[in-house]
Design a protein around this ligand. Sequence first.
Ligand SMILES: Nc1ncnc2c1ncn2[C@@H]1O[C@H](COP(=O)(O)OP(=O)(O)OP(=O)(O)O)[C@@H](O)[C@H]1O
Length: 340
Amino acid sequence: MSAETPVISCKEIWKIFGDKPKDFYKNMRPGMSFDEIHAKGYIAGVKNVSIDVQKGEMLVIMGLSGSGKSTLVRCFSRLHDITAGTITVDGQDIMALPEKELIELRRSKMGMVFQSFGLLPHRSVLENVAFPLEMRGQDKHTRRERAMEVIELVGLKGREDYFPRELSGGQQQRVGIARSLAIEPDIWFLDEPFGALDPLIRKEMQDEFLRLQKLLNKTIVFITHDFDEALRLADRIAIMKSGMIEQCDTPDKIVLNPATEYVRKFTHDVDKARVVRAGGLMVAGLSGEGQPVDVRSSVAAMARMLVNDSRDTIPVQKAGVVIGALPRKAALDILLGAEV
Ligand SMILES: Nc1ncnc2c1ncn2[C@@H]1O[C@H](COP(=O)(O)OP(=O)(O)OP(=O)(O)O)[C@@H](O)[C@H]1O
């Protein structure tokens, strides 16, 4: 596999629910809307989606309830057979895989975490985490050792003999995360993993998750309803509506240039100064004088400088090299809440 091959690559995929969906798709008039398809007795869970997920990327999928997030992610692991299009994982067409190889692919490469923690109530933390290793036929000693490693990683050392009911919601989700990590998946699917947690614990788990991701650098597809959560975690956010991706972009770009009215609604209450970074406002060919700012600095973090500085353009650097400049007025507009 070449370095550029995406880990997951979808080309024009459809998942239609209903009776004989492939026949319906074949005879479908091109350009039918979600509602027109619905009127014919079918649901377009995923409608003509093309997207690539790169190695080490955290792609967050968001959208309102019923927009197709879970359906799309289930297609990525072929928990749903798609109606049309192609999906490759590490360059391999997963629709062409025999059942046995598909199961092996899921077991060896994919980890999944869901909102309902899905723990086995009569097994201890250790036994829950070791369970996928048991399914793989590993001996007791090896699985215990690996389970202890990931239990420590998620901050639950000392609780390995507890039962799920003896843990808080946040701790139970940590067990779910540890269990999915035990098999060292390359691709990690998380479907609203923090949805059942109260806001404070949720924030704590997001921090924990970012820490883990820094350490493990997995390829992650993360579903959420919560735009703030998406902004905190994502490299890119894909916003879905009626089975389609309305926009897939970096948080900066989504906030600065929402592609549709639906996307704009998500961004409406966001504190843009915290989301938009120097890199998002930078103009590549532009030059500036004096002390540069880092490409990753948020407008909020630069607030004092932006207000006190008198330069029109401020150089922006990445890894110590100046790569462009930031028009100070554009950053000030965001800081002061002017429409951009
Ligand atoms: N097995 C199924 N049979 C028929 N329709 C389905 C099935 N699974 C999903 N759908 C429909 O597909 C559409 C997308 O559902 P999906 O669960 O992917 O949405 P979602 O964005 O994940 O929603 P939520 O945030 O509520 O989980 C919905 O209209 C849903 O009713």
